[in-house]
Structure formats: C-alpha cells, structure tokens
Ligand binder design. Structure first.
Ligand code: MTE
Ligand code: MO
Length: 315
C-alpha cells in the first residue's frame, strides 16, 4: 500500500535513519512515489504528513557524510516566526498552514515569467542532499533534504542580463499564522541572493525531508536551502521569486541591520554583535561541541564567489 492514512501510521513507523536507509534500498521506482490525494492529508501533525513518500532518490555527491539528525530533531526544533518565536511553536501551530493549492510566481528580469503550481515543481527530478544547517544562533543540524537545484527554475524562466539578484517572498496566511499579527518582522518574510549564489549548484529548493514531503514547520511545500549561509537565508513556504537588478532588502536586515547583513555567509571570524560564531552546538547536544567552519565547510565549492570581497564588511 503506497498511501497510508494518517491514522494507520504508528509512531514506530517514523524510523531512525539507518533503518530508513536499509528499507529504502528495496524501493525501486524513482521520484515521488505517491503524490495523489494530497489535499486533506497535510493538515495536522508530523505524523499526518508522513503519508506521502519519496523513493529511489538520486543521492547527491554534494552530501556530507556526517550522521543526519533524527526526523524528530529536525521537525520539532524550528525557527518559523510566522508561527511564533519559540522553537516549539512551529511544530505546535504550523499544522494549520494551508499548503494546497499552492503556486509560486516567478517574474521580474526574466524572458518567460510564469506561475508554477507546486505539483509541477514536485515533478522535476528530485535528489537527496544531506547538508549541515548552521543557524545564526550558533546551533546546527545535519539534514537529509529532498529537493532540486534552484538553477532548474532559472532555466525555465530565462533570466535577462539585468538579473543581478534574486528575491524570495514567502507566504502570509493571517488565518493560520498567529505570528504575523505581531510586528516581529516586516511580513512577508523575504530573502535574497546574488544571482551567482542563486545559480550555484549547492543552492537547493527543498521539498522534502528524509523520504517525506516537507513537514509544514520546515517550510512546506517548498523552501530555500543555502548550506554555506546562516539558516535564516533558507526562506520557508515560498510563494514568489523575483529576479531583480538591485540588491533587495531582506527581512532580517530591515529588522536589525547591525546584526544581519545581506550575505550572511557562515563565518567563524565575524562574531554576531551579541555572541561568538566560532563554535556551535550540534543538536541535540547541549554543548558547543563543534568548531564552526568558514562557509559552514562548503568553502571549496563557494569561496570563489567572494574573491576580493571584505567579508567582515559584507557580512
Ligand atoms: N518564512 C520563514 N522562513 C524561515 C524562518 C522564518 O521565521 N520564517 N526562519 C529561518 C531560520 S532563522 C532558520 S535557522 C531556518 C530553520 O529551518 P528549519 O526549522 O527547517 O531547521 O529557517 C529559516 N526560514
Ligand atoms: Mo536561524
């Protein structure tokens, strides 16, 4: 049976990574195994969302060999301020987020502006990418994403020569997001990348976690993942993408420009004004048990994007 009803899924079926891996060896078909019947299954808990599975995913050479955090770690300790500022708020409240129907409009400096339905994006070839996520708050996790490279979207819309930056605009659902009633950030949450950063093969559009569609609290149905930048760059629940000529103002920069800059590259040599960035705690550890690496360890691939730039000034 490919599609299970949420009520049929026991907590014991949300498996630790090793078992999940072994079990997956037996699954042969590629891409999304079960995409039908989506509507209605997405509200509710992590458990309810477990009904949709990916299988036969291509394993990316860009993956880290570090041990991934558990599905539970990754989906219960979150930042998603639209649902509240506590780490436990997203898992508690994001079940109400309405993720179908869902469209992403792509426009601006492109030859072929268009609006994608989420189903179209899920049909693009997906792969597994195990990346470190390093939050600006000095904790980190290792996360097995399912997703596709952002540059695949760019190929479909054909950016013009004026496209120098890409802006990502996320959902505002006042009915489902208790957090947007408070002026914590200037909603909608927006993010931005320089065009060469966005086109880099490491820049992923995440649609899944382990073998499941993204839990709402992790940014369903589609979120950005930029592994060499602080976690806040990975805008959740994207509804719009704009290719633009001028550097866009990102939500965190607007809220507090002395603490958060446009680039936000992971950099142990540039402290946050209120704390050091030299180390991090790898959850679920309580201690700063990891040294933070330049570009979060992805320097071989991305350092060249910043040649000649003063990364202390352009933080
Ligand atoms: N829309 C939206 N996206 C967001 C955030 C947010 O508050 N709202 N928080 C960011 C921060 S600070 C981090 S560290 C990551 C956390 O992603 P995760 O919860 O999937 O680990 O999401 C980022 N994306
Ligand atoms: Mo973060």
């Amino acid at each position: 049976m490919l599609i299970k009803h949420p009520a049929d899924i026991k907590p014991s079926e949300i498996t630790p990574y090793d078992i999940y891996r072994r079990r997956r060896e037996f699954m042969v078909s590629s891409g999304l195994l079960a995409a039908a019947g989506a509507t209605g299954l997405f509200s509710g808990s992590v458990l309810a969302q477990a009904a949709q599975k990916f299988s036969g995913l291509k394993k990316s050479a860009y993956s880290t060999s570090e041990k991934p955090n558990s599905f539970k770690d990754i989906s219960t300790y979150n930042n998603y301020y639209e649902f509240g500022t506590d780490k436990s708020d997203p898992v508690e409240y994001a079940g109400k987020l309405k993720v179908r129907p869902w469209t992403i409009s792509v426009k601006g400096e492109v030859k072929k502006p268009r609006t994608f339905g989420i189903e179209e994006l899920l049909k693009l070839p997906q792969e597994e990418r195990i990346y470190r996520l390093r939050c600006v708050e000095a904790w980190s996790m290792v996360i097995p994403w399912v997703g596709f490279e952002f540059n695949q979207i760019a190929k479909l819309v054909e950016p013009t020569s004026k496209a120098k930056f890409v802006e990502f605009i996320t959902a505002v659902q006042p009915d489902t997001m208790p957090g947007v009633r408070l002026p914590v950030l200037a909603w909608p949450y927006t993010e931005g990348l320089r065009i060469d950063e966005a086109m880099h093969p490491l820049t992923l559009m995440g649609v899944g976690l382990y073998d499941q569609l993204l839990p709402n609290q992790n940014g369903a149905p589609v979120r950005l993942v930029v592994p060499w930048k602080y976690g806040f760059k990975s805008a959740k629940s994207i509804v719009g993408i704009r290719f633009v000529e001028k550097q866009p103002k990102i939500a965190w920069e607007v809220a507090n420009p002395s603490e958060y800059g446009f680039y936000s590259n992971v950099n142990p040599n540039v402290d946050h004004p209120r704390w050091s960035q030299k180390t991090e705690k790898r959850l679920p550890s309580f201690f700063a048990n990891h040294k933070t690496e330049m570009f979060n360890g992805y320097g071989d691939q991305v350092a060249g994007l910043y040649t000649g730039m003063d990364l202390k000034k352009l933080y």
